[in-house]
Design a protein. Structure first.
Length: 390
């Protein structure tokens, strides 16, 4: 049977809201859908669509224990597995009720850890190791190894021992996200910040961003775009807009697109937004690197606001191009579907927070190191702007 698309799978998940599903061990649950979040009835997990998407991307899997090996940051993996493994979600008929002993999923510490964390989340209170071992989703053989796996979870800071109750009591430490590592700020000789990952320190040096035109803010930048409506529609990105343009605006085909869209905006016609990326009609500012000495370097950069990391990024060309010609100078073309949505978004966020924003840079030459470290630091610090750009 051909693997369905994720769009088909997600559609079936929405369609089966409120229906009965079964965990690997045969426990019943239902779920409700709130936006792009799934909330199972047996747990406090709020499971985002991304958890299903990333797991399904690696599908099929040999067992539940493969999820933490193949996919990072999946919330409620037991429920993600149960739903994706159900015949109704895969496009077959009938509800799949598993036999807990029939699945060829070898006993593993990974699988046990998932079950233990889910069980602690459901309980939402301190539990003794004996109580955790009574989890019906663990086999008798697995229950005898609970202490060993709990020790690992404590070391990994997923569980914490609550010795105010007893030495054998643990409680969940992942109900709320763990705080990011501390940021070391040195203001003594030219401001620097130190970010930490895997016991290593990474030093970023401050560089001022120089505002242009006294920090003047700009709106309706898209209106300066010079191509005509007809020329723009030749681009495949806009092909779906051709029928409506021919039907409702045939006399505008030779008008400059920017002026045409600005007139629509003034008239209250929302069709103008169809040509723009989702950040193409924001308020922007113009800025550049004040320190031209680093403009030819590549590496990683950080934006902070009030001593909090809000964005981590990379440049494998030069930081001068990224800031001076990218984030700091939003051209009319950037605002369109075939433009640079990220540039528009970052610039608009800086425009809203211009007084509290600071910029830091760390020079790196190794391209692979640049790619890997960016991902690791984003995962470690979870900067809010990076989350917004997902």
């Amino acid at each position: 049977m051909q693997k369905p698309t994720f769009a088909e799978v997600w559609g079936r998940i929405l369609k089966n809201e409120g229906e009965t599903f079964f965990t690997r061990s045969g426990l019943e649950f239902t779920y409700k859908v709130v936006g792009n979040v799934i909330i199972p009835s047996r747990t406090a997990w709020n499971i985002p669509q991304k958890s299903f998407h990333d797991t399904f991307d690696k599908w099929p899997m040999n067992g539940l224990g493969e999820i933490p090996k193949l996919v990072s940051s999946v919330q409620g993996p037991s429920y993600v597995w149960a739903m994706l493994n159900d015949q109704r979600i895969l496009g077959q008929s009938g509800a799949a009720r598993p036999n807990p002993g029939s699945e060829q999923d070898p006993i593993s510490a990974d699988k046990m850890a998932i079950e233990i964390l889910d069980y602690c989340m459901i309980a939402n209170k301190p539990l003794t190791e004996t109580q955790i071992a009574r989890n019906p989703q663990l086999s008798g053989t697995e229950q005898s190894h609970v202490s060993r796996v709990i020790d690992t979870l404590v070391q990994d800071k997923k569980l914490i021992r609550d010795e105010t109750v007893s030495p054998y009591t643990v409680r969940l430490l992942v109900a709320a996200p763990l705080p990011p590592p501390p940021i070391n700020i040195d203001r003594s000789s030219g401001m620097t910040i130190t970010l930490k990952h895997a016991s290593r320190d990474y030093l970023f040096r401050h560089s001022d961003l120089a505002s242009k035109n006294d920090g003047e803010k700009y709106q309706n930048v898209f209106s300066k775009y010079k191509k005509t409506l007809a020329e723009t529609l030749e681009n495949e990105r806009y092909s779906k807009l051709i029928p409506e343009c021919r039907r409702n605006y045939p006399e505008k085909m030779n008008d400059k697109l920017g002026e045409f869209l600005f007139a629509l905006k003034q008239e209250g016609d929302p069709f103008y937004k169809s040509f723009l990326n989702k950040h193409g009609d924001e308020t922007y500012v113009k800025f550049e690197l004040a320190n031209s000495a680093i403009a030819g370097s590549k590496g990683l950069y950080v934006f902070s606001k009030n001593d909090e990391i809000v964005y981590v990024g990379k440049t494998k060309d030069t930081i001068g191009e990224r800031i001076n010609s990218g984030y700091g100078q939003i051209s009319p073309r950037n605002c369109y579907l075939d433009g640079q949505s990220t540039n528009c978004h970052v610039n608009s966020l800086i425009a809203k927070n211009i007084r509290g924003i600071k910029f830091f840079f760390m020079e790196l030459d190794d391209i692979k190191c640049i790619d890997d470290l960016e991902k690791e630091l984003i995962g470690e610090y979870k900067p809010i702007w990076n989350e917004l750009l997902k």
